[in-house]
Design a binder for this molecule. Structure first.
Ligand code: KG4
Ligand code: ZN
Length: 341
């Protein structure tokens, strides 16, 4: 099927989200977030997230169908994030998608959340999908990938040894007494700071055994120590210098991977790809290196349903087999499995 109408459901963390695509064209992207209910705990509370998904999934579905101007009977295939994520949260999406697939007798695809972050880049443009280095940076994962094909050929070249990039943003924001989630808060305040004010360490940059791996725990310790010694430091300067250290390492390693593997395309995806400094520096460094850069619009970098629909649509178009009904959600799956059997 060349232009399948696909509905994708995402409930792996605190966003209840449904996207609808026709082929590679986005028709609807509706998100209901429970982030404000978690803010006072300083992190996502799994039970609250699951309950919020149950409460909002029906209205998100109705709104998505309205936005796309299609009816449920028109849908050719359903996609759902089957992992990784919070197990109770994933189960709400997987059972809803299974119910829809069964009731409407349409195929169901369980997809990997991480691959879906990358695949959202395929939407709303007729660019040819080319092999690329993928820099996947989210709240739970940071990896450098070799991407031949979004739905069938993703190879992990390196990953974080400790905290994910987004996790580092969230932890440093807490230390700086900024809002949760920390990424957007640091991004905002860093605009008023000097990113050269403090020289924070660039973890694992001189370690030939870990060319494409990351480590952010040393940076976290360095920021804490600096604040203990310099309690009157300007928060904006600390935020900007921390952000610069993260962004610098991410891009240095991703571009080194592109060079080594002879790939001229870099895709940056995941929640941290919404970061304005990462986006600006990536553009400048890719231009200088003759690399073509792709980053989804910021709104499609953080968790959404369009990314699940996008990956499912590519899978349907390539003739990949649907998942079996009764597919099991997996909270901690890696990138070795893009589509569920
Ligand atoms: O991909 P995502 O929405 O959820 C996961 O799959 O984890 O990523 C969430 C992460 C959070 O850690 C959040 O702080 C970070 O992405 N994030 C950002 C920005 N927006 C979201 N980090 C830096 N700058 C941003 N503008
Ligand atoms: Zn995500």
């Amino acid at each position: 099927m060349s232009q399948p109408l696909v509905l994708g459901i995402e409930t792996s963390c605190d966003e209840t989200a449904i996207g609808i695509v026709r082929g590679r064209t986005l028709l609807a992207n509706v998100i209901s977030s429970s982030v404000e209910e978690h803010a006072r705990f300083g992190g996502v509370v799994p039970e609250i997230a699951s309950r919020a998904h149950l409460e909002s999934i029906h209205s998100v579905l109705t709104r998505a169908l309205e936005e796309a101007k299609v009816s449920l009977n028109d849908i050719d295939a359903f996609g759902v994030t089957a992992g990784p994520g919070l197990i109770g949260a994933l189960l709400v999406g997987v059972s809803s998608a299974s119910g829809l697939s069964l009731a409407l007798d349409k195929p169901l695809y369980g997809v990997n959340h991480l691959s879906a972050h990358l695949a959202v880049d395929s939407l709303n443009s007729d660019h040819t999908l080319k092999p690329a280095i993928g820099l996947l940076v989210s709240g739970g994962h940071s990896s450098i990938l070799k991407v031949g094909d979004f739905s069938s050929d993703v190879e992990v070249l390196g990953s974080t040894m400790d905290d994910a990039a987004g996790e580092a943003f969230d932890k440093i924001a807490r230390i700086l007494k900024l809002d949760f989630p920390g990424g957007p808060a640091i991004d905002k305040i860093a605009k008023d700071g000097d990113c050269t004010a403090i020289e924070f360490p660039r973890g694992l940059t001189n370690d030939p055994g870990h060319l494409y791996d990351f480590s952010f725990s040393g940076l976290k310790t360095a920021v804490s120590r600096f604040l203990q010694k310099t309690p009157d430091a300007k928060v904006a300067d600390v935020a900007a210098s921390f952000q610069e250290a993260v962004v610098d390492v991410l891009l240095t390693k991703a571009l080194a991977a592109a060079k080594f593997h002879g790939l001229e395309n870099l895709i940056i995806a995941g929640g941290v790809a919404a970061n304005s400094r990462l986006r600006a520096l990536a553009l400048a460094r890719c231009q200088a290196a003759g690399i073509s850069l792709r980053i989804p619009p910021a709104a499609l970098c953080t968790d959404n349903g369009a990314m699940v629909a996008a990956l499912t649509s590519l899978a349907v178009s390539s003739g990949a087999p649907a998942s079996s009904l009764g597919l099991a959600a997996e909270s901690s799956t890696g990138l070795d499995r893009v589509l569920w059997a």
